[in-house]
Design a protein around this ligand. Sequence first.
Ligand SMILES: [Zn+2]
Ligand SMILES: [Zn+2]
Length: 276
Amino acid sequence: MKTTIFEKAGQVAIEEVAKPTIQADDDAIIKVVRTCVCGSDLWAYRGLEDKDDYSANSGHEAIGIVDSVGSAITTVKPGDFVIAPFTHGCGHCAACLAGFDGDCQSHDDNFSSAVQSEYVRFQHADWALVKVPGQPADYSDKMLNSLLSLADVMATGYHATRVANVTTGDTVVVVGDGAVGLCGVIAAKMRGAKRIIAMSRHEDRQKLAREFGATDIIAGGPASVTTYDKQVLLKAVLDGDIHPGKVFTKAFKLDDINAAYQAMAKREAIKSLIIV
Ligand SMILES: [Zn+2]
Ligand SMILES: [Zn+2]
């Protein structure tokens, strides 16, 4: 199968590798239909974060079809259409039960990687995958893009508003370095008590705390992707209440992966869609 290899800063390429296989009872293998480039993938691409040359891609957002499942998987079966969140919550630890599956306490491999590929091995799949009704062919291009955004970027933006306690009608400032400011977000609630949330894997949070000395609250962490998708976001997309797929302003084939990274690095695309 084809996968994206991080050759070096400024260069990713497609390589032929073995198709992933089930390695644990709670694994699922997913045939990727759409994936994308994240603002956080660009840190290494721009040479701003250490990443080994010729290593697997850091891509972590996908929708696809379940290809095979391990013996412990009861919630999805081969042929199901799913969102593959970048988080892999177990659904039953204290963090997951409290709605923080981005901080799942059951395992230390809670994040996706290498999904800019034709197939991915998705670990801890039983609760973490989000099943979508029907098949990809049942949905418009725009709707598929919105469903893809539920693997990370929409849920991450939603997480920012949740932890900042933002409600309808509030005025907020969003500052970010990811796609439309949703991957690294500082949102300052402008009305009432000053509340600032800072969520970024790439910023010095202590420094942020000093800069925003008057902050009431600093909160953040990885989004509770599966929780939000199942509780709110999937229905909102399917009902047409939100259209987060608009974030994808350029589309590429998997073979053109470097151009997809380039478009975002040069800010010619807000977020690059990869059709597999
Ligand atoms: Zn991401
Ligand atoms: Zn958990």
